[in-house]
Design a protein around this ligand. Structure first.
Ligand code: ZN
Length: 446
């Protein structure tokens, strides 16, 4: 395959419509999209050809916790799942990404390991507002804060004052503030429930924790003018708060994740800590309301929140939900899990492209380069058959650890090709991704 391929399919998804067309690539970008097939083009037949996914919520954990995941394994899994850009979270690595020096260590660690393009979120922790300007100059795409314990002692949560200081610094840099929106408060009663009980874990992080936190973030946006983004929204009762803020013109967005949209609390067995994440997977009615939030555009996008760890830290042997690491491994399966549920609910691929390609690209400031099939955009493509289905087998996952609530489930969709800036990836070829927010250093076109 040359680096400037022409790729034909009878189902190219362009601006919300399927067309029989050829995507012509030049210097890694889409040069033009021509009707029909052209001589010498790669023919994909009836495979759907659409933009590669942009997953803006991934915990890669390198450097420092590479035994949890790592750039090579995470980006390989991403490519196999049709993702062509991801953005790494700032907290599970050592050092945490709360200074420009720490970002440089992460860039050094990623060198030569990226199968897809990879951007970086910085971190907002108590007292580091002055580090955010330099972090922005060093290339982070925004920065994230926690309003509740993050699970990582090196990455403490912020109170109101530090949240506002961080938002002011980010607004000055023109970058968004991402917020893990839970504020600890009263828990629901759990007497008599064992540590293995999922109901007990769910009761320990009720919806009102999220709703109060979202209200605080809305106040911060009002006070500072900083664009804010709620990561992994789980509580559907936050939707009216977000809708009201947006109706007032406030720049606040939200994402949710496959596990909140496809799974529900009653199907989580006691002791099945592979389902543990924070905020938790809630009841089926809440899940339906999240889909409505997506349909209404109150939730902008869907990203994985891939947050793996070692099997030991998942406490699979004891099944103790209190002790287990909170995080779900799902990076490779985002496209197909969401498509499985979305297609059941009557949504189509144009909506999926909006939720998983266009909107996340805009959040990360990549909306002029990634997430769309249009001339001038990076030739980041995925070809797949949405009608095919398969059962998730652990050996098919490229994640470092094969622990995931999706194992054993039947999902729709079979990915047959992924291209990064015109270069076919997800096969055995060497990594050719580039760090986003930096001068283009990828190896695709050396
Ligand atoms: Zn996360």
């Amino acid at each position: 395959m040359t680096h400037d391929p022409s790729i034909h399919s009878r189902r190219v998804l362009v601006d919300g419509a399927f067309v029989d067309a050829t995507v012509c690539v030049r210097d890694g970008r889409i040069d033009r999209i021509e009707p029909g097939s052209s001589r010498g083009s790669l023919d994909l037949g009836d495979a759907v050809l659409m933009p590669g996914l942009v997953d803006t919520h991934v915990h890669v954990n390198e450097p420092g916790r590479t035994h949890w995941e790592g750039f090579r394994t995470a980006t390989r899994a991403a490519a196999a799942g049709g993702i062509t850009s991801l953005v790494d979270m700032p907290l599970n690595c050592i050092p945490v990404t709360t200074s420009a020096a720490a970002l440089q260590q992460k860039l050094d660690a990623a060198e030569g390991q990226l199968h897809v393009d990879c951007g970086f979120w910085g971190g907002v922790v108590p007292g580091n507002a002055d580090a955010l300007g330099p972090l922005a100059e060093a290339g982070v795409l925004g920065a994230k804060a926690f309003l509740v314990h993050s699970g990582i002692d090196d990455f403490p949560d912020v109170g109101r004052a530090d949240l506002i200081a961080g938002m002011r610094a980010l607004a000055a840099a023109g970058l968004p503030m991402l917020v893990h929106a839970e504020l600890a408060g009263a828990e629901e009663p759990t007497e008599g429930l064992s540590p293995r009980s999922y109901r007990r874990y769910l009761a320990s992080r009720p919806r009102h924790w999220e709703d109060r936190a979202v209200e605080l973030v809305v106040q911060g946006v009002e006070e500072t003018g900083c664009a804010a983004h709620i990561v992994h929204l789980s509580s559907a009762s936050s939707l009216p708060i977000l809708a009201a803020a947006r109706a007032r013109g406030l720049p606040i967005t939200a994402e949710t994740c496959p596990h909140y949209l496809c799974l529900h609390a009653d199907e989580v067995p006691d002791g099945a800590t592979e389902f543990k994440c924070a905020p938790p997977i809630r009841d089926a009615a809440n899940r339906d309301a999240l889909w409505q939030g997506l349909a209404d555009g109150i939730i902008d996008g869907v990203v994985s929140d891939h947050s793996p760890c070692t099997p030991e830290l998942k406490q699979l042997d004891t099944g103790d939900f209190g002790e287990a690491w909170g995080g779900i491994a799902s990076l490779q399966l985002g496209l197909r899990s969401i498509w499985t549920e979305a297609s059941e609910r009557g949504f189509g691929l144009p909506e999926l492209v909006r939720w998983m390609c266009e909107r996340p690209a805009v959040l990360a400031g990549l909306g002029d380069r990634k997430g769309r099939l249009a001339p001038g955009f990076d030739a980041d493509l995925v070809a797949w058959f949405p009608e095919d289905s398969f059962v998730v087998q652990p050996e098919s996952l490229h994640h470092r650890h094969k622990v995931s609530p999706w194992i054993g489930r039947r999902l729709r969709g079979r990915v047959v090709g992924t291209w990064l800036r015109g270069h076919r990836i997800a096969d055995e070829e060497g990594p050719c991704g580039a760090p986003l927010g930096q001068p283009l250093l990828g190896r695709c076109h050396e």
